[in-house]
Design a binder for this molecule. Structure first.
Ligand code: FEO
Length: 181
């Protein structure tokens, strides 16, 4: 571990973001379980995988805090939404969540720049790029789900065919505390 000093304001905001990422993980697990319960295995699989990604995002941030010799407190998170009116609702909620996270990451980048904390600014760049992809993937999925909400097997076929969300390993990703799941 190489000790480095990140700006205090950045560390505070990043610690809050760890909670947001774990909350995103919980929401995606809740979505996956909802779809699993409705025998829609591809939609369930998509959200189970997204949940792991969010967990890894949180643990990348934890790794950065550890490497910065900053205090690390693993937070509790708010309970996720578990009841949905229809199969569109969890996906619409997810797009909203991804857009919110994009704003949070942009705010983090702004703090790093404001503090002349160049290492933290560089660290956060990967997350900015990641959010563009995640918002785009979720937005496409929402279009498909809205279009085929009466015939969910079309959505399952789409996911089987396109492998939406499956982007493989990214060698440019920051290291994950404890390793990638
Ligand atoms: Fe880690 Fe998609 O927010």
């Amino acid at each position: 571990m190489c000790a480095q000093v990140a700006a205090i304001r950045f560390i505070e905001r990043l610690s809050e973001q760890v909670a947001n990422e774990f909350a995103a993980q919980q929401q995606y697990i809740a979505n996956a379980v909802y779809f699993d319960g409705h025998t829609l295995p591809r939609l369930a699989g998509f959200f189970y995988a997204q949940a792991v990604e969010e967990r890894n995002h949180a643990m990348m941030m934890v790794r950065y805090l550890l490497d910065s010799a900053a205090p690390v407190v693993i937070p509790g998170v708010e309970a996720p939404e578990t009841e949905f009116a229809d199969i569109v609702a969890p996906v619409a909620l997810s797009l909203e969540q991804e857009r919110r996270v994009s704003d949070q990451i942009a705010a983090l980048a702004a703090v790093a720049r404001d503090e002349n904390d160049y290492l933290s600014e560089q660290f956060v760049q990967w997350f900015l790029k990641e959010q563009i992809e995640e918002v785009s993937t979720m937005s496409s999925l929402l279009s498909v789900v809205e279009r085929s909400s009466e015939t969910p097997m079309f959505i399952e076929d789409y996911l089987a065919r396109e492998g939406a969300g499956d982007r493989g390993a990214d060698p440019t990703a920051p290291p994950v505390a404890g390793g990638t799941l």
